[in-house]
Structures are given as C-alpha cells and as structure tokens.
Design a protein around this ligand. Sequence first.
Ligand code: CMC
Length: 428
Amino acid sequence: MADTLTIKDNRTGKTFDVKITDDTIKATDLRQIKVKDDDFGMMTYDPAFMNTASCKSSITFIDGDKGILEYRGIPIEQLAEKSTYVETAYLLLNGKLPNEKELTDWNHEITMHTILNENLKALIDAFRYDAHPMGRLISTMAALGTFYPEAKNIFDAECRQRQIVRIIAKIITIGAFNYRRGIGMPYAYPDNDFTYPGNFLNMMFKMTESKYKVSPALEHALDILFILHADHEQNCSTSTMRVIGSSQADPYSSVAGAAAALYGPLHGGANEAVIHMLRQIGSNKNIPAFIEKVKAGEGKLMGFGHRVYKNYDPRARIIKQAAYGVFEVTGKNPLLDIALELEKIALEDEYFVKRKLYPNVDFYSGLIYQALDIPMGMFTVMFAIPRVSGWLAQWQELLLDPDQKISRPRQIYTGPRQLDYIPVQNRK
Ligand code: CMC
C-alpha cells in the first residue's frame, strides 16, 4: 500500500498500517499499538524535539544541508539586498509582499505606534542601573500588555492586528529607553521622520543636538541585521511563543516568554560569547593553539555549528558582507582580523569539516553591533527586536490553525508509585 508505514509489534505479532503525509506519521496514530486493551498505547520519546514536527507552517523554509533560508518562499539573500525590515515583517505576517499603498500604510502605522505610555517609564526607572537589558526587555514587554487589557481578545482579527503593530513598533522604544536608563541618560523620544532602524539609533544615541543625524550606511546595515533575524521557524524561542500562545494568553505575555527563551547563551546569547572568545584569543598567532584546545574538547568555537545548518549559514555570509560596509564608516573592528583568520583555519581543519561546522549568524553579528557602539549586554535585545515579527507571525498562524490545541506533551513516568505518607516524626 502506498504512502503508509507498516509497523510490526513483536510483543504481540500484530501489524499496523499508519498513514504517511509529508514524510511524516501522526504520533497519535501510534496509540492503537497496545499489548492489552487498557494500555495507554505507544508514544514516541523525543527530548528536545529532535525529530518531531509540532505544526504545519508556511512562514519560513530552511534547508540546512544546502544552506537555504526563505521567508514565505523568498530567499533571504534577495530580502537582505532589496527589502527593508518593516516590509519583511509585513511579508512574514501576511504571507505576501505589500503593494505600494499597503507598504505606505504599514510603515505609517509602525511609525505612529512607537510612543510608550508615560506610566511605563516609572517601571523602567525602577530597574537598578546595572539590570541586564534582557531582564528589562522581558519585564517591560509583559508590563506593556497590562496597558492593553483588550489584547486578550486574540480571536478578534482587528484587535490582534492592533497588538501586533504595537509590539513591533514599541519594542525599539523599550530597548532604547532601557539602555538610556542603564547609562543614566535622559530618554530620547521616537522621531517620526526616521525609518524603523534609524529611529532606534536615534533613541539609543541622540545627545543634545536638536535633530539626530543617522548614518545611512549604519542604518542600512542595521536594517539588514533585522531582516536576517526576523524569523527562523520552530527554534527554541518560537516554540516557546507557540506553547504559551496555545493557552490563549495575550501576545505581550507570549512575547515576554519567547524573549526569555531567547535570553539563553545557546540561543540568542551566542553573539556575545563570540566577542568574549575573540578577545580571549587576542591575536592571530594564538589561533592555532585555541583551535587545538577546542578539538581537545576544551570549550567550543562560539558562533560555529548549528542544529539545522550543516552548511554555511546563509545569514552569516550576508552579515560578513554587511560588516565591511559598516567598517568603512566606523573604522575596522580590530577583532575582525582574528575572526577572519579563525574562520579560514577552522574551515580547512578536518575536525570542523567532518562535523559540518560552519559559521552561524552569530559569528559576525557581534562585530557589527560593537562597531555600532551597541554594548554587549544589548546584543540579545538586538536579536529580539526583529524576532518579534517572526514570533507574532507564528503565533497568528497557530491561532488560525484548526489542528492546534493547548500544548501538552506526555512523559514517561520513572518515579515510585503508591507510597504511604509517613508522619514527620517517623521519618529517618
Ligand atoms: N565548536 C566545536 N565543536 C562543536 C561546535 C562548536 N561550536 N558545535 C558542535 N561541535 C561538535 C560537538 O562537540 C559534536 O562533536 P562530537 O560528535 O565529537 O561529539 C558535534 O560537533 C555535533 O554537535 P552537537 O552538539 O551534537 O550539535 P547540536 O546540534 O546539538 O548543537 C549548537 C548546535 C548551535 C548548540 C552547537 O553547534 C554550539 O554550541 N555552537 C556554539 C554556540 C553557538 O554559536 N550558538 C548559536 C547558534 S545560531 C543562533 C541561534 O539559533 O540562536
């Protein structure tokens, strides 16, 4: 029989035909495989979801072996070259590129919603001066939701759209205000004359001048970085967004949770680790010894390797190119030479070749952020800002997907059963 999988249960000798769709079988189809009628039925054990598709999605396509990344079918290289982040966010959320009017309206809406309710500043003021920017971002995003109680109406398309606009627009203000608060600078308010990345730079770096001057080259490089980070299908933070969203929580709470997942060093925190590593290496002459240490299992080459990409991460190639444009304006980041040499040596070394370890998105992004004067603690915030459009697109897809329900994995229970309660005085 075509498109089925025949499974023989050697415990009972019974065989089962399970339907195959898209090279996938439904995990619940395995539940018919039982020894006794009152058994729960067969499950799959898949810690870290190494081989489990949790949804059908038409947002982002990745072919990790070939190094391909597409948003709604459009290769990332074309978007990085020709699009803007704001347009790319529209594409992710709506499934198609906007026409001219739609783009103008969308740009206008995002620009008009960058202002934060003044009361939120009291919350931002309350953080200690040295609070980590990601802790601030996560908390401020969750608090932002309390200003819009209507946001719980997640099945009302218009209301949902309002929250999507607010979150994408206000996250640059939240990121920049928290940065200014940390360094004791007065808040710089959004300025509607700027593009999305330009406005972010304005709110981060405006001093006493009446109008901030944005460098077009830096604004463009930041826009490219935002495009490249906008979505990456079912990674840890996006899956978190979907899991929280599946309980029908409001989108601010879901985004705060997704940002918390991004915070970890194995996910959005790796770009910071790359800078630490390059500083620790210090000079090209120390690279061979560093590589030997990595090969001996003493630490990792940060910014290398990926769960999905077993080829050059297409985003790394684009970022490397963009870095040169930035350094023309800012002067070369002295760590660049070490990074280039490190990449060259690693790509020729059998250890890395055999394991298909290539530079990932984080290998060069930190060098650009540094050149833009963005402090290391903010690097993960720089990742979170554009990723909200991906999280929200995935959240919306989840809400409209009739296959989806509240997320609730199973477990294999390994503890004791039916023990008696022992009063405290009788316990050893
Ligand atoms: N340096 C040295 N060896 C490595 C590295 C590395 N960066 N990455 C993987 N390996 C080795 C690993 O030790 C293993 O070797 P062996 O087969 O001898 O045990 C083999 O390669 C396979 O690695 P793995 O740990 O099974 O791969 P994974 O898919 O579980 O991990 C990863 C993926 C990204 C967590 C890992 O490659 C890593 O820790 N890289 C460094 C951190 C990093 O750059 N993270 C950013 C990821 S991209 C942005 C994002 O998604 O947020």
